[in-house]
Design a protein around this ligand. Structure first.
Ligand code: MG
Length: 361
């Protein structure tokens, strides 16, 4: 029986982790359930799953206590808030299933230092990184030449710049292939999400940025590819279903049955195209922040969290998301990211600067 401490149990990924546990009560149980603020849903899940501990994020206190006695820390909280849990889990338990990108985007240096020091088994849940993990035979340090991340391109892939200036939040929330939470769905539309995934891949697979490519693949069937020295590549294919990477993170190298088997003949064709980075500046901004290092990715993320909220509320336009991020990066000084407290301060400063910029519009 695998005991899971699930952080973010009422979000999009958290609910699917619950579905997996519900489907396999003989294999999985929860030692702890934590969510942001949905107390009613937390009470319902506690009644159903009877975890040893259940609480709202605001009542956690000592985060390390959540992970004592669990086999897997499943970090499915959204945004910068997930980082403190990932760090606490890295100090406390032997295995982390990571579904919070911001932990590596903002705190990659701190997280990887702790993971390597304590030999923690850090397993990606993001579908692209799970695909890479499988292509590398579940060895994050296996040799490869290049990593290729696929991107659906989001709902606005072929819009002109004039059209992008007029797109609405409702349109941005209609992702063509994946069903996810609001923040990440907008991040897919701006391609910020793909920029984050490049940074995630850099930390997880010790890649240089020059070794990571992103290509558009509108069908979301090929989830990513690993190229080897001889030019051959290995890809992972499947229908877009987060339960596949969720289950794999819990049971690898074994895997459990999932709902649908891939039917290539029914699909007929798969398509690939260049990522249109010039129309979606958030992708390049993420890579620039990664190159700058230190607190730059945390500033980028803090600004993006505020800007996406403002876009969803109808306070700024779609292109102004990237503008807000760029302005914040140019206004807030960057520092080395060697302490968690420094990152928290950078996050706070970025949110304040982004809010001021949006307010002044
Ligand atoms: Mg992904």
């Amino acid at each position: 029986m695998i005991k899971i401490a699930l952080i973010g149990c009422t979000g999009s990924i958290g609910r699917q982790v619950c579905e997996v546990v519900r489907a396999h009560p003989d294999r999985f149980c929860f030692s702890a359930l934590v969510c942001g603020e949905n107390a009613a849903e937390l009470a319902r899940l506690s009644e159903e799953f009877r975890p040893g501990l259940a609480c709202l994020a605001g009542d956690v206190g000592d985060a390390e206590a959540l992970f004592r006695g669990c086999d897997v820390a499943f970090i499915a909280a959204g945004g910068f808030a997930g980082l403190s849990y990932t760090l606490a889990a890295a100090r406390t338990c032997k295995k982390i299933a990571l579904a919070n990108k911001e932990s590596l985007v903002c705190g990659g240096e701190l997280v990887m230092r702790e993971v390597e020091k304590r030999q923690v088994d850090l397993v990606p849940v993001d579908s692209e990184h799970s695909a890479l993990f499988r292509c590398l035979n579940f060895h994050r340090d296996a040799p490869y030449k290049k990593l290729v991340l696929t991107a659906s391109g989001g709902p606005f892939l072929h819009r002109t710049e004039e059209e992008l200036a007029r797109v609405t939040a409702a349109e941005a929330l209609c992702h063509p292939t994946w069903n996810m939470g609001a923040k990440i769905t907008v991040d897919c539309a701006t391609l910020l999400n793909k920029g984050y995934e490049v940074i995630e891949a850099k930390w997880l697979y010790r890649a240089e940025l020059s070794q990571i490519e992103a290509v558009v693949h509108p069908e979301s069937i090929v989830h990513s590819l690993v190229y080897f020295e001889d030019g051959a590549a290995t890809a992972q294919l499947g229908y877009p279903d987060m339960k596949v990477p969720i289950q794999l993170a819990l049971t690898y190298p074994d895997c459990l049955p999932c709902e649908r088997e891939l039917d290539l003949v029914a699909l007929g064709a798969l398509h690939f195209e260049r990522l249109p980075v010039e129309k979606f500046p958030c992708f390049s901004l993420a890579l620039e922040a990664c190159r700058a290092g230190g607190t730059a990715p945390t500033l980028l993320n803090g600004a993006a969290e505020v800007a996406v909220r403002a876009f969803l509320d109808g306070r700024i336009t779609f292109p102004q998301i990237a503008e807000t991020v760029q302005e914040t990066l140019s206004r807030v000084p960057q520092m080395p990211a060697d302490r968690f407290q420094t990152l928290c301060e950078a996050d706070r400063l970025a949110r304040a600067a982004a809010s001021r910029y949006i307010h002044g519009k």
